[in-house]
Design a protein around this ligand. Structure first.
Ligand code: FES
Length: 142
């Protein structure tokens, strides 16, 4: 495999659409060089970088957060396996918290099943964990 990949080759290897790859590049998450014809060419390690982006998105990180994580990679050399492992080391706690939030949501939705009122006062779908109540009295929406 060549050391520099076309955007089509990266798309084929990662399963990510070329439009998404261009978007990642616009957001600074991946970088390419331009060949003589002005076409993008990506260094091979971009494949692992894209895999990391997909993984991080599944864990719930925003693209901005992913950019912050990627900025922690060592500069000046190709990241090694342990560099990637270090980035995701704290994600277990993040996933656990997401599971706990979903469990709380599931438990609070009992009243909503078959209801449809979408009441600002009592509906956990509209007002999860009484967030509106903490913002003060009076109308907060509508
Ligand atoms: S829809 Fe009625 S309580 Fe949520």
């Amino acid at each position: 495999m060549p050391q520099l990949l076309t955007i089509g080759q990266v798309a084929e290897r990662t399963g990510v659409a070329t439009s998404a790859l261009r978007f990642y590049e616009e957001r600074g998450l991946i970088a390419s060089e331009r060949n003589g014809g002005g076409h993008r060419r990506y260094p091979r390690p971009v494949i692992r970088r894209v895999a990391f982006i997909l993984f991080a998105q599944r864990v719930g990180l925003t693209l901005e957060q992913i950019g912050e994580e990627l900025a922690r990679l060592p500069a000046g050399r190709t990241p090694r396996r342990e560099d990637w492992a270090a980035l995701s080391a704290g994600w277990r706690a993040r996933v656990d918290e997401q599971i706990a939030q979903l469990e709380r949501l599931r438990d609070s939705l009992t009243d909503c099943i078959g209801c449809g009122c979408l009441s600002l006062d009592r509906c956990a779908l509209v007002n999860p964990e009484d967030r509106l109540g903490r913002e003060g009295s009076g109308a907060r929406r509508l």
